[in-house]
Design a protein around this ligand. Structure first.
Ligand code: ADP
Ligand code: MG
Length: 631
């Protein structure tokens, strides 16, 4: 654009110059005739020289100088025409022609240049117009912005003034409040000064007290120590007195307990009738009945006879495990006092022996309850007494003793005399677990059960053909006196007492039957001999009685739990079991009862009569081929 402006300027200068020259030299008058020298056509030596000079040329600003140039040229030619005839003039014409051609070329070039310049001028004019318009737009915008800015400045100024005014008012009011507060504080300060004086006084007083405190404390501690020592001494002597009384009471309790057991008898016989199980259609309603006023009586009746049995306690079918255990727990705890105890479950297979002894997971039987009770009892006696409870489990099958807690499954054991000369028996290799918690008990039972199950193919059948013994030893030592006790609790789930038909049994089945008969008969014989105070007690007649000999003799206590099935189909076995039970009890209960038994046997009552007449128990001793009664 700058270039164009410069060019334009130059052109304007040129134009100006042209104009000036034009003004100085007036234009030629317009020719109206044909002889006008301006429009003459000259033919020169066969060559056309056309000089067309319009007398009324288009008189534009830009063509005018050219016109002037041509005009002066033609004037020159016209001037020279006079001497055309001469050779010099011809030559001059030729030169002039050549000059003219050159000038024409120059002219066309100038024209072209002129056109280009005109175009450029147009373009630059257009651009300059656009720029001007744009400048105008910008100027307008700037003016508008300026206006806005001014308005904004005005607003801000107003706002500033307003805010300053407000702040000033606020500061004034705050200042007023502060002044008021200050006045209040001054007042307070004046009133607090006396309080401060009393506080200072108190503080000084307290300070003196604190300084004296350690001495006072020391004195108080010494006094308290003396008092405590005195009280401890008193408590200690009271404790000694209490301990003495406790020991005396304990001895008294033991004596009373022994007396009670002596009165009740060392051998006690209970009977438990199991309920009719689901799926058993045999009605037991009329077969077994109970006396509502005497829980020691049980009646058995078939179509023709009513038999009465008297025992120490009869549990009816609805009796719970807990109720049964309540009756045996004094026996269980007596082993803490150093007694040996045997609890037998006797009865035919399916009469509930295992249920009573082991129970079911939800409702455990005597075994678990006894161990738990022993635990709680010995825990109560701690720390005066330190007790250790050990557990063994054995099985007697076909007169062979098997360790149920050992590492070797079904390991056979022997019973031997203790070499220490004490006359005690012991079982070498018998596993004894020390149990310290109820969880230990569960583990022991699980292990015993598992070992018993894996040693046979049919556990139910096998368990009914073997005796299972849980032997719990409770050994204690008194921490203050050093006194020692040891008691043993034998919990025995006996083999089924049912009689095997001799004709049908053979081989291993016959041997099993013989072994069971042998051990149950031996048990009856041992009890008989003990109670009759025979000089010889045949403990050695079976593994069971031999193993339990120290728990059956002396002041040991025995409980026979006779299990009875309520089913009519089991009637004859139930009669046999109850007769066995009654005989055991009769032996034990001494003369008065024996007399009663003898009386009843000779009484006119058909039931008792029939009991005596019909009773033939078929447990046999080894070597005996005939069945024999126990008594
Ligand atoms: P045993 O050991 O004398 O062969 P079980 O203890 O196995 O007899 O009892 C036989 C069945 O009778 C088992 O199913 C047992 O659960 C059930 N049973 C025994 N006594 C009771 C009872 N008092 N209450 C409920 N069910 C019993
Ligand atoms: Mg059983």
């Amino acid at each position: 654009m700058e270039l164009l402006v410069v060019e334009n300027e130059r052109l304007k200068q040129e134009l100006k110059a042209c104009k000036t020259s034009l003004l100085q030299e007036p234009p030629p008058p317009a020719c109206t005739t044909t002889d006008c020298p301006h429009s003459q056509v000259w033919v020169w030596h066969g060559q056309d020289l056309t000089i067309s000079l319009s007398c009324s040329p288009p008189f534009s600003l830009f063509s005018y100088p050219i016109y002037l140039a041509l005009y002066s040229l033609s004037v020159q030619y016209v001037t020279e025409i006079v001497e055309v005839e001469s050779s010099e003039s011809q030559q001059a014409v030729a030169e002039a022609q050549a000059k003219s051609v050159a000038l024409q070329e120059q002219l066309s070039l100038q024209r072209q240049l002129l056109r280009e310049l005109e175009t450029q001028l147009h373009d630059s004019q257009r651009t300059s117009t656009q720029l001007r318009a744009q400048i105008l737009v910008y100027e307008g915008e700037m003016e508008r912005a300026q206006g806005q800015l001014e308005a904004e400045m005005q607003n801000l100024e107003e706002e500033k003034n307003r805010v300053i005014e407000e702040a000033f008012i606020r500061a004034e009011s705050e200042m007023k409040a502060v002044h008021e507060n200050l006045a209040g504080v001054r007042m307070n300060l004046l009133t607090l000064q006396p309080a401060l004086r009393t506080l200072t006084c108190d503080y000084n007083c307290l300070k003196r007290q604190v300084q004296d405190f350690p001495f006072m404390l020391e004195k108080a501690i010494t006094e308290a120590k003396q008092e405590i020592c005195q009280v401890i001494g008193e408590v200690s002597s009271a404790n000694q007195e209490l301990l003495r009384k406790y020991k005396r009471e304990m001895n008294l309790r033991k004596k009373c307990h022994n007396e009670l057991v002596r009165i009740k008898g060392n051998i006690r016989v209970f009977c438990r009738v199991r309920p009719v199980c689901r799926g058993e259609h045999d009605s037991a309603e009329n077969m077994v009945s109970f006396d509502p006023d005497d829980d020691a009586l049980l009646y058995l009746s078939n179509k023709v006879k009513l038999m009465t049995f008297e025992l120490d306690k009869v549990f009816h079918p609805q009796a719970t495990q807990e109720e049964v255990f309540q009756e045996v727990q004094s026996l269980v705890t007596s082993c803490i006092d150093g007694f040996n105890v045997c609890i037998f479950a006797y009865g035919q297979t399916g009469s509930g022996k295992t249920y009573t002894m082991e129970g079911v997971a939800k409702d455990p039987g005597i075994n678990q309850r006894a161990l738990r009770l022993l635990f709680s009892e010995v825990t109560e006696k701690a720390p005066d007494w330190d007790f250790k409870i050990t557990v063994s489990m054995v099985e007697i099958y076909n007169e062979t003793l098997r360790n149920l807690l050992g590492d070797i499954q079904g390991e056979k054991l022997d019973i031997k005399m203790n070499p220490d000369g004490s006359g005690q028996l012991y079982v070498p290799g018998l596993t004894e677990f020390t149990v310290q918690s109820p969880e230990d008990i569960n583990r022991v039972f699980e292990l015993g059960h598992m070992n018993r199950a894996t040693a046979c193919t049919n556990l139910n059948e096998h368990s009914s053909r073997s005796h299972a013994l849980l032997i719990i030893t409770v050994a204690g030592v008194n921490s203050s006196t050093g006194h020692r006790t040891q008691g043993k609790l034998n919990l025995v789930d006996l083999a089924g007492s049912e009689r095997i038909a001799k004709s049908g049994a053979e081989g291993s089945r016959l041997r099993e039957a013989q072994c069971i008969n042998k051990s149950l008969s031996a048990l009856g014989d041992v009890i008989n001999a003990l109670r009759s105070r025979h000089s010889h007690v045949p403990f050695r007649n079976s593994r069971l009685t031999y193993l339990l000999s120290d728990s059956l003799s002396g002041d040991s206590k025995t409980l026979m739990m006779v299990q009875v099935s309520p089913l009519v189909s089991n009637m004859s076995e139930s009669v046999c079991s109850l007769k066995f039970a009654q005989r055991v009890r009769t032996i034990e209960l001494g003369n008065a009862t024996r007399r009663q038994w003898e009386n009843s046997s000779t009484s006119s009552s058909p039931t008792h009569d029939s009991v005596e007449v019909t009773y033939t128990h078929t447990h046999t001793h080894p070597g005996e081929s005939e069945g024999r009664t126990h008594t």
